[in-house]
Design a protein around this ligand. Structure first.
Ligand SMILES: [Zn+2]
Length: 131
């Protein structure tokens, strides 16, 4: 099991940039196409900027054409948590980091083979580590 971490808002603000804080802690969304990791094709692991939890592998990344980094599978079964999100009049599934509870994005059922899932993730809250 992943050991959860908890921090106060003030502690998060110390370690995150305002943009990262807005997404992870306030469920914000980056502008599509704005993140440099969108076109990253290097081999490696994508981890949470808030806590370092490994979230996705480069081999699970695909180009969805949406402007957000997209993956068809998480790093492991316990890497992520899911919440039903009915905001903005849409029924969506929110994806959160299982370790720090940070908001990452949403998951949809129109993705790439073999899972046909599309994890639509804010790249600003991902930290890429080359392998
Ligand atoms: Zn995290």
């Amino acid at each position: 099991m992943i050991k959860k971490i908890q921090k106060t808002d003030a502690e998060w603000k110390k370690i995150l940039t305002p943009e990262q804080y807005n997404i992870l802690r306030k469920k914000g969304t980056e502008a599509p196409g704005s993140c440099s990791l969108l076109r990253n094709k290097e081999k490696g692991v994508y981890a949470c900027v808030g806590c370092g939890n490994k979230l996705f592998k480069s081999s699970e990344k695909f180009d969805s054409g949406t402007g957000w980094p997209s993956f068809f599978e998480p790093y492991s079964d316990e890497a992520l948590e899911y919440h039903e999100d009915n905001s903005w009049g849409m029924k969506r599934v929110e994806v959160l980091c299982a370790k720090c509870g940070g908001h990452l994005g949403h998951v949809f059922d129109d993705g790439s083979a073999p899972t046909f899932k599309r994890f639509c993730i804010n790249g600003i809250v991902l930290k890429f580590k080359e392998l």
